[in-house]
Design a protein around this ligand. Structure first.
Ligand SMILES: *Cc1c(COP(=O)(O)O)cnc(C)c1O
Length: 414
């Protein structure tokens, strides 16, 4: 009986009771998120419903395998939630591609794709990290760059946009097994049709990694890669506004290889609580309010760019089509200095290389500013006009009533 009651006790005591240290840290992070302006382009704020699913007992369940074909007993509810997530993923992106919702992250989603379709030493062609690409697309520091042979395309020096003729030229020279379309710091629309044509011409597979723009795609605010790409990967936690994780979609022909490259190829048991959270986020993404949200995300980014131009900054590529703005600080300071100055006032952005940046990535000539998180908090164009002016004032060293102004923007958003 004593054993039993101890056990019950362990199962029901609150975090604050069991572990005040971690409880305090969580609470402080909650406060940091509420009191500041979260402008990191890859971040968002999930709903309480998503957090409830992620904090659920599904974390306890081992469910290796696919729904209906698991290696463990007792997976009936794991099956249900995973099937729900899969059906919703296909519905949200309006696609009949096969889907796997198990990837723990965007990077592991990409790794599984590479494992599925390449042999070690095969060639990848992707966007240069220094031009806005992602490290999981062949960086020498990532497994993708150690196991495979990467080549890179960048952006045009003048327009600072992808030059599809140049991508085609490099593709003909390199003849990659896989061509990757997708970026982490690219403020312009990505056109998947020319990428598909290039891939077809050089007999490569096209992987569209829509991690940053998945929410926009779901809402019809960015052209969709479905129908163009052989395989589509995404994170779930950026504009899509779900819990941390990844998804892989593929045409039927790749289904078996993709599923087995995820499990057992690169992962063990799926994180069923995260998958439950993905299912909830995908339900939210199918609601009309989500379209309005993504429109606002873009409208806010446009205003942000406009006001920063008015305030004398150069915006990479001259503007934005999506949820982020890449600001050239025009040698007034480094990106690292700007990041620090803003952080001191509870404004969070990240230093970022600009195309053809003369500075190393530890310093950077620019910052990347994104609107998804604060748009989730309810900020509109007027608010983002204030946000842009605040940023410009702080970077100019004018810190008049900054604390009040940050507080007002956060408070208004409550
Ligand atoms: C964020 C991102 C990823 C990786 O996501 P993680 O979940 O951090 O591993 C992959 N590709 C692109 C284009 C991204 O922007």
């Amino acid at each position: 009986m004593i054993r039993l009651s101890l056990c019950a006790d362990r199962l029901t005591r609150s975090l604050a009771d069991v572990d005040p240290e971690v409880a305090r840290i969580v609470q402080e992070e909650d406060w940091r998120q509420r009191r500041g302006l979260q402008l990191i382009a890859s971040e968002n704020l999930v709903s309480a419903a998503v957090r409830e699913a992620v904090g659920s007992v599904l974390t306890d369940k081992y469910a290796e395998g696919r729904p209906g074909r698991r290696y463990y007993a007792g997976c009936e509810f794991a099956d249900q939630v995973e099937q729900l997530a899969e059906a919703r993923a296909r519905e949200v992106f309006d696609t009949d591609y096969q889907v796997n919702v198990q990837p723990h992250s965007g990077t592991s989603a990409n790794l599984s794709v590479f494992l599925a379709v390449m042999k070690p030493g095969d060639r990848i062609l992707s966007m240069d990290l220094a031009m806005g690409g992602h490290l999981s697309h062949g960086s020498p520091y990532n497994a993708s760059g150690k196991l495979y042979e990467p080549s890179f395309y960048g952006v045009d020096k003048e327009s600072e946009r992808i030059d599809y003729d140049e991508v085609a030229r490099i593709a003909r020279e390199v003849r990659p097994r896989i061509l990757v379309a997708g970026a982490s710091a690219y403020p312009r629309q990505i056109d998947f049709a020319p990428f598909a044509a290039i891939a077809k011409e050089v007999d490569a597979l096209l992987l569209a990694d829509m991690s940053h723009i998945a929410g926009l795609v779901a809402a019809g605010e960015h052209p969709s890669p479905f129908g163009h790409a052989d395989i589509v990967t995404t994170t779930t936690h950026k504009t899509l506004r779900g819990p941390r994780g990844g998804l892989v979609f593929c045409r039927d022909a790749w289904k078996k290889r993709i599923h087995s490259a995820i499990f057992p190829g690169t992962q063990g048991g799926p994180l069923m609580h995260q998958i439950a959270g993905k299912a909830v986020a995908l339900k939210e993404a199918a609601e009309p309010a989500f379209v309005a949200y993504q429109r606002q995300v873009r409208a806010n980014a446009r205003v942000l760019a406009e006001v920063l131009v008015e305030r004398g900054y150069r915006i990479v590529s001259g503007g934005t089509d999506n949820h982020l703005v890449l600001v050239d600080l025009c040698e007034r300071m480094t990106g690292a200095e700007a990041e620090t100055a803003l952080r001191e006032h509870h404004i969070y952005v990240n230093k970022n290389l600009i195309p053809f940046d003369p500075l190393p990535s530890s310093k950077c000539s620019g910052i990347r500013v994104g609107t998804p998180a604060m748009t989730s908090r309810g900020l509109d164009e007027n608010d983002f006009r204030s946000v842009a002016n605040l940023i410009a004032d702080i970077l100019a060293g004018e810190s008049v009533e900054v604390a009040e102004r940050v507080g007002a923007l956060c408070g208004e958003a409550e």
